[in-house]
Write a protein that binds this ligand. Structure first.
Ligand SMILES: CC(C)(COP(=O)(O)OP(=O)(O)OC[C@H]1O[C@@H](n2cnc3c(N)ncnc32)[C@H](O)[C@@H]1OP(=O)(O)O)[C@@H](O)C(=O)NCCC(=O)NCCS
Length: 180
C-alpha cells in the first residue's frame, strides 16, 4: 500500500476500492460517529463509497486519504482537502475519525496537521477553511490547536437531531501556520 504522508503514529495513504469493504461505510451509518457532522440522514452504501473512491482517484480538486495506524495498519478514518481552488489557492479541510476507540487521543489533530502542512508546502495553498457544528468539541479543539481563526457563524444552518444548529466557520492562512 503506497504511503503518502507519515506522522509519528499514522500513515495517510490513498483510498482503495478495498476500503469500501472495510469499516468505512459503517462510519457514515453510525449515529454517534455522525453526531457532529451532516451524515446519517440517508443510509450510506458500499456503492456510494466506491463511487467516492473512484471520484477522488487522480482528482486535482480533492485530495482524500485514508487515516491508518502505523502499529497495525488499521483504517480508522478519512481526511481530505476538498474544493481545492487553483486561483484562490484555498481548500476545505474535512476529517472523520470513524473508529470510536481512536477518538480523543490526538489522532484527528495529528492527521489534520500533516494534511494542512502538505496543503501549504506542496499544493501551495494560501488558505484552508472548514465549518463545524457548535457542539463539535473535537473539531473546534483541532481548530485551536492548529491556529485556525473563527471567521463567522452560519446561524442555525443545519438541522441535526431535531433542531437547527449553528455552523462555526474557521480559516487558517499559510503565513499563520508557517509562523507557528
Ligand atoms: C472530530 C474529530 C475529527 C476529532 O478528532 P479526535 O482525534 O477525536 O480529536 P483529538 O484527540 O485530536 O483532539 C483535538 C483537540 O480537540 C479537543 N477535544 C477533542 N475531543 C474533545 C472532547 N470530547 N471534549 C473537549 N475537547 C475535545 C482537545 O482540546 C484536543 O486538543 P489536545 O490534544 O490539545 O487536548 C473526531 O472525533 C471525529 O471524527 N468525530 C466524529 C466525526 C466528526 O464529527 N467529524 C468532524 C465533522 S466537521
Amino acid at each position: 500500500m503506497p504511503r503518502f504522508l507519515e506522522t509519528p503514529r499514522l500513515i495517510l495513504r490513498p483510498l482503495t476500492t478495498a476500503d469500501a469493504d472495510g469499516p468505512y461505510p459503517g462510519w457514515l451509518n453510525d449515529a454517534e460517529t455522525s453526531a457532529g457532522n451532516s451524515h446519517h440522514v440517508y443510509p450510506y452504501t458500499r456503492e456510494q463509497a466506491l463511487e467516492y473512491i473512484a471520484s477522488v482517484r487522480g482528482s486535482r480538486s480533492t485530495l482524500a486519504l485514508a487515516v491508518t495506524l502505523k502499529e497495525d495498519g488499521r483504517h480508522v478514518g478519512n481526511i481530505s482537502l476538498q474544493q481545492i481552488h487553483a486561483v484562490n489557492r484555498d481548500a476545505e479541510l474535512a476529517v472523520l475519525i470513524g473508529d470510536p476507540a481512536c477518538r480523543g487521543k490526538g489522532i484527528g489533530a495529528e492527521a489534520c496537521e500533516a494534511l494542512v502542512r502538505h496543503g501549504f508546502a506542496a499544493l501551495n495553498l494560501h488558505r484552508v477553511h472548514f465549518g463545524t457544528f457548535e457542539n463539535n468539541t473535537g473539531m473546534r479543539g483541532i481548530a485551536m490547536k492548529l491556529g485556525f481563526t473563527q471567521e463567522g457563524v452560519l446561524r442555525q444552518a443545519v438541522f441535526k437531531n431535531g433542531r437547527h444548529v449553528d455552523v462555526i466557520l474557521y480559516g487558517l492562512l499559510a503565513a499563520t501556520f508557517n509562523a507557528r
